[in-house]
Design a protein around this ligand. Structure first.
Ligand code: MG
Ligand code: ZN
Length: 209
């Protein structure tokens, strides 16, 4: 019985993701699904990248969290339209909730939609949200073993950002080992290095390109 219910949920998510994808395509909006651990720097990355994209492109954000609107408040503070998706304890976003969020945004006025997923390296990888690209964030404080432990997330990435590079010398994070492990599962996705002092230009160019 449980297996049957799971299949139905997956089928439902696929249909919802297709609806999100159609809606975004109709408005020519490109959606980026951002995934990574709690505290890896997803919101901070958005705070740095959005002001660099905004002059050329109109951006909107959906912020996924179990509880609170703290991240949405940070995005609103930089004057980017944002909707908080509160999952009420669920550990990932699903396409149905994203669909509701997308319907609340001024799609006709947007070029890019950033969806910050719930901080989690496991099940978000399994839920298509109707995105055009998947951006994975990994901080050096998490340990270089994460790509091997969570291969699905890295295998399905379109780009990977390694954050908190300014803390590298204070950790035992083995950067070449982490990147070699990522390449076992993903040969194509560009890998960017980032910290709050780094110029986010290369990542901005990738997003804009
Ligand atoms: Mg966040
Ligand atoms: Zn989950």
């Amino acid at each position: 019985m449980e297996v049957r219910i799971l299949r139905r949920l997956e089928a439902k998510n696929e249909a919802d993701a297709a609806a999100v994808r159609d809606l975004l395509a109709a408005h020519n909006v490109r959606a980026i699904n951002i995934m990574g651990s709690p505290g890896c720097g997803k919101t901070t990355l958005l705070e740095r990248v959005l002001p660099r994209l905004q002059p050329r492109f109109r951006c909107g954000v959906l912020e996924g969290d179990l509880f609170t609107a703290r991240d949405a408040e940070r995005i609103a503070a930089i004057h980017v339209p944002v909707i908080q998706l509160e999952t009420q304890g669920s550990c990932h976003l699903d396409a149905a909730l994203v669909h509701r969020g997308v319907c609340e945004l001024p799609l006709a006025d947007l070029d890019y939609l950033f969806i910050e997923n719930v901080g989690n390296l496991v099940c978000p990888a399994n839920f298509d949200l109707g995105e055009a690209a998947r951006l994975i964030v990994l901080s050096v404080t998490e340990g270089h073993d994460k790509p091997e432990k969570y291969p699905l997330l890295f295998a399905r990435a379109d780009a990977i950002v390694i954050t908190k590079m300014d803390l590298l010398a204070h950790t035992n994070f083995d950067l070449p080992a982490a990147e070699a492990d990522i390449r076992k599962f993903n040969t194509n996705a560009p890998i960017f290095h980032f910290d709050t002092q780094t110029d986010p230009g290369p990542l901005v160019d990738w997003l804009a390109g």
